[in-house]
Design a protein around this ligand. Structure first.
Ligand code: GLU
Length: 505
């Protein structure tokens, strides 16, 4: 193969319903390699062997890829899909048939009339004998007359690839090194099923060849398919691409990553309030590392530093806490304006999911308020959803939990007395600064509340705790003085009254 050809890589998902975190990594590594080399990133949907209607599943994958910013140069969903289309295998059935027929014509493949039941029976016999099942080439021995007869009878048939005898299949995988396989270990595998649809190894190879893919980067689970695919490339005289198989992603327990380990679809991470940059940064670290210590990479740095041959053979372990940490890092590094926009979108959705009667008046002022709230929480949250959890009492009515109602029972704190003092002190501040009045702002609120703690000779943390339970229904809130300022005088005092009433009952 000529080395000066433009790099063309592809991501070829089967539409199983969502973009798995492992598939997202595969897509990302392909994309990175295309960007790095100035090549093309192609998206192909491998939807031949899944019977059910899958438009939604495909759209879900396209949406997740777009959200990640992994835009493709050729493929479904683009205004012009590209010159090698269609890019959905379900629309390429004729192409696979044509190549299968060519192989039959060249005596590199043959018709097999064996029924699934017959094959199953033989497989069972072999199993009982403790031998591996290999198709016995019964149909290879059929005479042309026998074949014609069966065809005339309308017997259904599959097409099998005729695996050459005694051939060494060798290839170099960027990650797994030199691989040698003897053709003796490979069965005459089916390339076209009796329903006319291709098997994965056949359609993927035909498409990779016709779409002029130069580098195949995919999961390690396909390493064992590669020798079969190489046989097909050779039989049809196609260029053989370079292969890079990516190590599996495991859970912390060393098992294959699955739903048991938490969220595994990109869609879920979007829902949970992760940022695109953080996910990509984390995905890059799964199996690839620039050096021992660098954890944070901008997308441009990743493009610059990414190398296929520095991918690690060791399976990568998925570390949710590390992803969370990285996400927190990216959140802290957003500008207040950008973070406010993201929080606003999430909060809007959250508020829409609430009963209108549960909303505070301030819900109508979301746009103005969120800008002020954002700097209060920026350092404290690792996901946007954590942010929503922390700030929703600004907009949603609180209803005191039993825990809050009983919070100060058996604690040596006179909560009603503290709250009455707080009420009075805050009531003296004015939201609109008049001539001789003190403004209702974080600074003055702090001054007043600290005075109370001094008067009572009580640690300020205790005073703050009492106020938090009353105005936030939680011992945790964003920084107190700013929170009270933004919540506003009216609502703060109302909540203090409500809480006093409830605990006195
Ligand atoms: N459709 C296959 C999968 O989702 C693609 C394998 C490949 O990249 O060749 O696993």
């Amino acid at each position: 193969m000529k080395n000066n050809r433009e790099v063309r890589v592809r991501f070829a998902p089967s539409p199983t319903g969502y973009l798995h975190i492992g598939s997202a990594r595969t897509a990302f590594f392909n994309w990175l390699y295309a960007k790095k080399t100035g090549g093309k990133f192609i998206l192909r949907i491998e939807d031949t062997d899944i019977a059910r209607h899958q438009e939604d599943a495909i759209n879900q994958i396209l949406e997740s890829l777009k959200w990640l910013g992994l835009e493709w140069d050729e493929g479904p969903g683009l205004e012009t899909e590209g010159k090698f289309g269609p890019y959905r295998q379900s629309q390429r059935a004729d192409i696979y048939k044509e190549f299968a027929q060519k192989l039959v014509h060249d005596k590199k493949a043959y018709l097999c009339f064996c029924s699934p039941e017959e094959l199953e029976k033989e497989r069972k016999i072999k199993l009982e004998e403790g031998k591996p099942f290999k198709y016995d080439r019964k149909c290879l021995k059929l005479s042309p007359d026998e074949i014609r007869y069966s065809l005339r009878e309308g017997k259904s048939y599959a097409i099998r690839f005729l695996v050459p005898e005694n051939e060494k299949i060798e290839f170099k995988d960027t990650v797994y090194g030199d691989i040698k396989v003897s053709s003796e270990s490979i069965d005459d595998f089916i390339i076209l099923r009796s329903n006319g649809l291709p098997t994965y190894n056949f359609s993927a190879t035909i498409d990779d060849a016709l779409m002029e893919i130069t580098h195949i980067i995919r999961g390690e689970d396909h390493l064992s398919n590669t020798p079969k695919q190489i046989l097909i490339y050779k039989a049809l005289g196609f260029n053989i691409p370079f292969f890079t198989h990516l190590p599996m992603i495991l859970g912390q327990d060393g098992q294959k990553l699955s739903k048991r380990h938490g969220s595994i679809s990109i869609e879920k991470y979007i829902e949970e309030g992760f940022l695109r940059e953080a996910i990509l940064n984390y995905l890059a670290l799964l199996g690839w590392a620039y050096d021992e210590k660098t954890t944070i990479f901008s997308i441009d740095e990743m493009i610059e530093k990414f190398e296929l041959d520095s991918i690690n053979k060791k399976p990568a372990k998925f570390d949710y806490d590390k992803l969370l940490w990285i996400n927190g890092y990216y959140i802290r590094n957003l500008s207040d304006e950008n973070l406010a926009e993201l929080l606003k979108d999430k909060m809007k959705k959250y508020l829409e999911s609430q009963k209108p009667s549960n909303l505070e008046e301030s819900a109508r002022e979301l746009d103005q308020k969120i800008i002020k709230i954002t700097p209060l929480v920026k350092e404290r949250i690792k996901t946007l959803n954590e942010g929503i959890g922390l700030i929703n009492p600004f907009f949603v009515k609180i209803s005191y939990s039993n825990e809050s109602i009983n919070y100060f029972k058996n604690k040596n704190i006179d909560a009603p007395d503290i709250l009455k003092r707080v009420y009075k002190a805050l009531d003296e501040l004015e939201e609109q600064k008049g001539e001789r009045t003190e403004k209702f702002c974080a600074e003055n609120i702090e001054k007043r509340l600290r005075q109370i703690s001094e008067e009572l000779n009580l640690n300020f943390r205790k005073v703050a705790e009492v106020i938090r339970i009353a105005i936030w229904n939680s011992p945790v809130s964003p920084p107190l003085f700013g929170t009270i300022e933004i919540l506003g005088k009216k609502l703060t005092l109302k909540r203090i009254e409500d809480y006093l009433r409830i605990i006195s009952q």
